[in-house]
Design a protein around this ligand. Sequence first.
Ligand code: GLU
Length: 305
Amino acid sequence: MEKILQKIVYDNKRYTEYGNVATYIPELRKANKNDLGICIIDMDNNIYEAGNCNEKFTIQSVSKPITLALALMDNGKDKVFSKVGMEPSGDPFNSIMKLETSKPSIPYNPMINAGAIMITSMIKGRNNGDKLNRMMNFFKNLSGNKNLSVNEDVYMSEKLTGDRNRAMAYFLKSEGILTENVEDVLDLYFKQCSIEVTVRDLARIGVNLAGNGIDILTRKRLIDEDVSKVVKTFMVTCGMYDASGEYAINVGIPSKSGVGGGIMGTVPNKMGIGVFGPSLDEKGNSIAGIKSMESVSQKFGLSIF
Ligand code: GLU
């Protein structure tokens, strides 16, 4: 298996040349464009890795399905989906456009920035510090990595330059949809996006989702089964930005990508997959990462369709 993964990394590495690292968050410019790594963890906790699999990167939007799971368990489906929709937007992840034109003006889904910011605002806690602790513990339990932490440089970089996210959050507040303190919510959101992970962390979260929320090692239930199913469905319909349809056809694995170059895939009852390749295509997806997921899916027959 590892041999096959090494070949997949070798074959797809050339695609890193055709994209670029994200620059709108200044700190992300520092990534090495040619990195490509992959990790697969199956339900028996066999771990297979290839390429730049020890590289740390920030989780960015791959965090969105995870905080969605927490917010759903904290608030229930009815409350959450009264404030965020369930439909693909067809627009880029940071688009503001539909917020004002759709009625009610709730974000289209929890995988675009406006929706994810709403989701973060619904995480329960006595204060922001308590919310951050609950969130970090959730990520740590799901990844089985007690050492997960926020990359302070990326967090500060996002906080200083995140005016587009700020604009969306203030708009949602003005509409009475977001009810918490905007700067507190954004602070938590920027920290959530700046959690540092490796492909192994993503693969472990992915395999725990593959088993519908029961941790493969401790056998503890971390996510309710119905919540896990909702999360995976969003990964299929909206997980790869406005390329989710094409990805579903070519790869067919519930996945979420982030502008740090990460992709997390979850193959129901089979495995979790983590990929890292910071060179992005024009839609914000890892260019060689997508190609690698395509190869993995075809090689092992993993499409869920
Ligand atoms: N922190 C990033 C932002 O809010 C996340 C974007 C992404 O990975 O899609 O702009």
